[in-house]
Design a protein. Structure first.
Length: 579
């Protein structure tokens, strides 16, 4: 830590009996945290002080500085209020936590799962510009790029060089790249050209340049997690997603910026920018993947989401983002933030692009034992209007929050467009009788455990944002105060939320909701439901807005099919920033 201070007196010497017992009640805690003091010593409504926190540190063997304690106080009061809300939920004895222990260790890498055939929508070959104007292809959707590459109208090598040059030219404005992988990219592109010339076409990703969020390990290159303490880290492995995309013939051109340790759009290289409005951040934490895709500097990109890290930057940059069902895509080789919430997904320029990439990356690998073997069948000829599509009635009809009047109007227009497209929308009510916000302690506790050593070593002060209340170092410290009992109780309430969502989804296949409406984003990240976020119009300042479609667990095919009808009919995804 930056400064050293005298340790507070041991609890037996400095506290009354009630507070003393509070210390011992706090022995069963997550990551060594000891917050029971904050509830045994501090009565409801009584302020939590730096002195209270200093006493709690003694039993856990931690030491925070006074400035660090000051940052923690507001958040600790909010945590305590959240515990109060959780305790108001009646939990019958037969309600288990929303996680399970499996005594089987992962069995090691397996053969690639058998996949159903994948076919893109049919369409003509797009016109090919002169060689010196190849950059006119930059904004084409993956499907069009694939047709050109398969027909050998453009080589993967030429496409790769074009995207590399464009990304290098734009990156001083966007700050979207942490590491270029040019040598690897050119080797992969040349191999793709040889394979395609020999008649060994691997599918729609073959020869297509892409970028990986720098939470994913790529052998031979740094995996920085966007963070100063890890900026020199090189992992001797390829993430499963990286390996599967290479087997599909895709060409990795860069590792993109990630908000430091998967929060926001600020990393050790600066703030990643929104191509539509460069003075604005691209949001995060899949910041670079979204910005590079929106700027037409890659064919598609991979991102991750724990709580909005695909949805939020897709909204800001006008990309189409797929957050798959939890347990659909292996996280092997990806930075862990919250083991029961982390998901790997896709950022692209269209819904069908997301479907093509998802087809290549989903399924078990024997290395992430949360992954379920479930089929994904994509038929572009299918008419999804027969599906039951719901809408979160209360969220669309609620009075818009101040500053969100524009997006609220666009959301209402989305419903009108869907009805015009032939969908018979069914009103639904999202679960509202559970304290969803209080469940965010699940993420805080798991993240604090994931970066326990960083906190204890004091290296958390190396993070770019370490002096802010709303930043990881402070949240990690607060997370150490969450009692094990409260963490487990929160996961039991999470089980109730899962049951409520199961009941809701028994009546619809897909539902539409305002992207940041109510608790939908947090709730569905906790229950593991898949979502597609895509542009639904533009605000007065020219920046995009978004709408979110949510599907049944493992129902990505239905979800993407409904979203594609809306997207094809409105065409907002065809508008691009001018930079």
């Amino acid at each position: 830590m930056s400064t050293e201070r005298d340790r507070p007196s041991p609890p037996a010497a400095g506290l009354d009996r009630r507070s003393f017992l509070g210390f011992f009640a706090g022995l069963g805690v997550v990551a060594g945290a000891l917050p029971e003091l904050l509830f045994a010593e501090v009565e409801k409504g009584k302020a939590i002080t730096r002195e209270t926190l200093a006493d709690a540190e003694t039993l856990s063997g931690l030491h925070f500085t006074d400035p660090q304690r000051e940052l923690m106080l507001k958040g600790l009061a909010e945590l305590r209020e959240g515990y109060t809300h959780l305790r108001e939920v009646a939990l019958a004895n037969d309600v288990p936590p929303a996680f399970h222990f499996d005594p089987r260790l992962p069995k090691g890498e397996r053969e690639e799962p058998v996949r159903a055939a994948f076919a893109l929508s049919s369409g003509p070959l797009p016109p090919l510009p002169a060689a010196e104007k190849l950059e006119e292809l930059a904004y084409l959707p993956l499907a069009d790029l694939a047709r050109l590459v398969q027909a050998r109208r453009v080589s993967s090598t030429a496409l790769t060089r074009m995207y590399l040059a464009r990304l290098r030219r734009l990156d001083p404005v966007l700050h979207a790249v942490i590491t270029f992988t040019e040598e690897k990219a050119l080797e992969q592109a040349e191999r793709a050209d040889r394979e395609i010339a020999a008649g060994r076409y691997l599918g729609p990703l073959h020869g297509i340049p892409w970028a990986a969020k720098d939470l994913l390990a790529v052998r031979g290159y740094p995996t920085t997690w966007g963070s100063v303490p890890f900026k020199s880290q090189v992992l001797d492995a390829d993430a499963t997603v990286v390996r599967r995309l290479e087997r599909a013939g895709a060409v990795l051109i860069a590792k993109t910026a990630v908000g430091e340790l998967a929060w926001g759009d600020v990393w050790f290289g600066g703030m990643t920018r929104n191509p539509w409005k460069p003075e604005q951040g691209s949001s995060g934490s899949s910041a670079g993947s979204a910005a590079a895709t929106a700027a037409g500097a890659v064919g598609f990109a991979i991102g991750t989401e724990t709580l909005g890290s695909i949805v939020s930057p897709s909204t800001r940059t006008g990309t189409t983002g797929l957050r798959p069902t939890f347990g659909r895509v292996s996280r092997h080789g990806a930075m862990a933030l919250a083991w029961t919430m982390d998901k790997v997904g896709v950022l692209a320029r269209g819904v069908e692009d997301c479907a093509a990439v998802f087809h290549a990356i989903h399924g078990p690998d024997g290395l992430d034992d949360t992954v379920i073997d479930a089929p994904f069948a994509w038929d572009p000829r299918r008419d999804p209007r027969r599906l039951k599509v719901g809408y979160a009635k209360a969220l669309f009809e609620a009075k818009p929050q101040e500053g969100r009047e524009e997006t609220h109007a666009l959301d209402r227009q989305t419903l009108a467009a869907l009805r015009e497209q032939g969908f018979d929308l069914l009103p639904i009510d999202l679960p509202s009788d559970l304290p969803a916000q209080a469940l965010s302690i699940i993420l805080s506790a798991e993240a604090a455990a994931a970066f326990d050593e960083l906190t204890r070593s004091g290296r958390d002060e190396l993070l770019v944002r370490h002096l802010e209340e709303n930043a990881w170092p402070n949240v990690f410290r607060q997370g150490r105060t969450i009692p094990a009992v409260e963490y487990i109780q929160a996961n039991r309430v999470r089980t109730l939320a899962m049951r409520e969502m199961k009941k809701l989804m028994s009546g619809v296949d897909v539902y539409v909701a305002p992207t940041f409406g109510g608790a939908n984003l947090l709730l569905t990240n906790l229950t593991g439901h898949p979502a597609v976020v895509l542009p639904n119009g533009f605000k007065k300042d020219g920046t995009p807005a978004s709408i979110t479609f949510t599907g049944r667990l493992f129902g990505e095919a239905d979800l993407l099919a409904v979203a594609k009808v809306y997207q094809d009919g409105t065409g907002f995804h065809r508008r691009h920033p001018t930079l």
